[in-house]
Write a protein that binds this ligand. Structure first.
Ligand SMILES: NC(=O)c1ccc[n+]([C@@H]2O[C@H](COP(=O)([O-])OP(=O)(O)OC[C@H]3O[C@@H](n4cnc5c(N)ncnc54)[C@H](OP(=O)(O)O)[C@@H]3O)[C@@H](O)[C@H]2O)c1
Length: 328
């Protein structure tokens, strides 16, 4: 079976950063399910992994992609609840391959009527943003949610979830096209942070009160004006640093605003609270099935064109999600 392999760390935009090779098909361990992959999701953390800039160093060679959809091919002898032919959603390392062995504890049944591509590109981003808005910030209906990098993978999921949770969503992004996608996803207000001052606009939009919750996957120069726009009892969610630099914020700011800075690491939550984390995705799958959440896919690339997908991600061109299809 074919799999995408990264054999050497380096620039994610170089054509030879990953290769497609024939490798032996996986055989399920007792608690695993082998999935014949229809589609896999890749995201910005994969771009970081290719450069060895992520929180951990993967052993080489490795296969990128951390989410998939597909059809169960075979099951290990201890697995209950899944059988060959079942359509599934999975969350695992190494999903950009034609077949992947996934622990049954990281699988969900694909609801009838849900498209394989939408299902493949949804669990990672939505799990992160749901955990952030629900367990970390405890976002309430009627509160204001400001999202930086709002057209990106986790950002657009936060806009969609914020709308669904009844918040007033202010989306911040760098171009008119990206902001239009945020509007489409349910944002109430838009800030183009390349030409508008985040702080001035956020204070205008909240009548001087400030924002209740800020979702920040971007960091760098955007963080400080956003943090100054916090309201009393606000929650600032530190999700990632897509723009590169890690911001340094004065302790005076949360002291004066009486707001909280909150770290968000979805992977760490899953390690420490596997049951709660699994339940979050179960709830999200149910929402997906009835159209309560609406993941946006901006590009679908066949496995052999995966380098183009990585280039689009690295060059800040992606809106929502990119998905890799195997043709199976
Ligand atoms: N904490 C967690 O558990 C967790 C989970 C998943 C991801 N993350 C992190 O969250 C961040 C975003 O991930 P993502 O998958 O949403 O990425 P993405 O789809 O590439 O979106 C990132 C957004 O950041 C903005 N941005 C601003 N400056 C940028 C720059 N120099 N390079 C790239 N993007 C820039 C872009 O929007 P504009 O062009 O509109 O500015 C882009 O839409 C990453 O740092 C990732 O590692 C954290």
């Amino acid at each position: 079976m074919r799999a995408v392999l990264c054999k050497e760390f380096g620039p994610p935009t170089s054509a030879d950063r990953v290769t497609i090779e024939d490798i032996p098909a996986p055989v399920p361990k007792p608690d695993e399910v082998v999935v014949s992959v229809k589609a896999a999701g890749i995201s910005f953390p994969d771009v970081l992994l290719l450069q060895n800039k992520y929180q951990y160093t993967p052993a080489l060679p490795f296969t990128p992609g951390s989410e998939l959809s597909g059809i169960v091919k075979s099951v290990g002898m201890e697995v209950k609840g899944y059988k060959p032919g079942d359509a599934v959603i999975g969350k695992n390392k190494g999903c950009c391959a034609e077949e992947v062995a996934v622990p049954a504890s990281k699988l969900w049944h694909l609801p009838a009527g849900v498209d394989f591509n939408a299902a493949a590109g949804f669990s990672g981003n939505y799990a992160t943003s749901y955990y952030a808005l629900r367990q970390r910030a405890n976002l309430q209906p009627g509160e204001t949610l400001l999202v930086l990098g709002a057209s990106g993978g986790v950002g657009l999921a936060a806009v969609d979830l914020g709308r669904m949770m009844g918040a007033r969503v202010i989306a911040c992004a760098s171009t008119a096209a990206k902001l239009a996608a945020c509007k489409q996803a349910g944002a109430d207000e838009l800030i183009n942070y390349e030409i508008e001052d985040i702080h001035v606009r956020a204070m205008e939009l909240t009548g001087g009160k400030g924002v209740d919750v800020i979702y920040d996957p971007v960091g760098d120069r955007f963080a400080e004006p956003a943090a100054r726009s916090m309201g009393w009892n606000g929650r600032y969610l530190i999700v990632g640093f897509a723009a590169g630099a890690i911001p340094k914020i004065s302790f005076m700011l949360p002291f004066e605003k009486r707001c909280a800075l909150m770290g968000v690491w979805s992977g760490g939550y899953t390690q420490r609270f596997p049951r709660e984390s699994y339940d979050n995705i179960t709830e999200l799958v149910a929402m997906l099935a009835v159209g309560k959440i609406r993941p946006h896919i901006s590009g679908i690339y066949p496995l052999e064109n995966i380098s183009e997908a990585f280039r689009a991600l690295a060059n800040r061109e992606v809106i929502g999600k990119v998905v890799i299809t195997t043709g199976k």
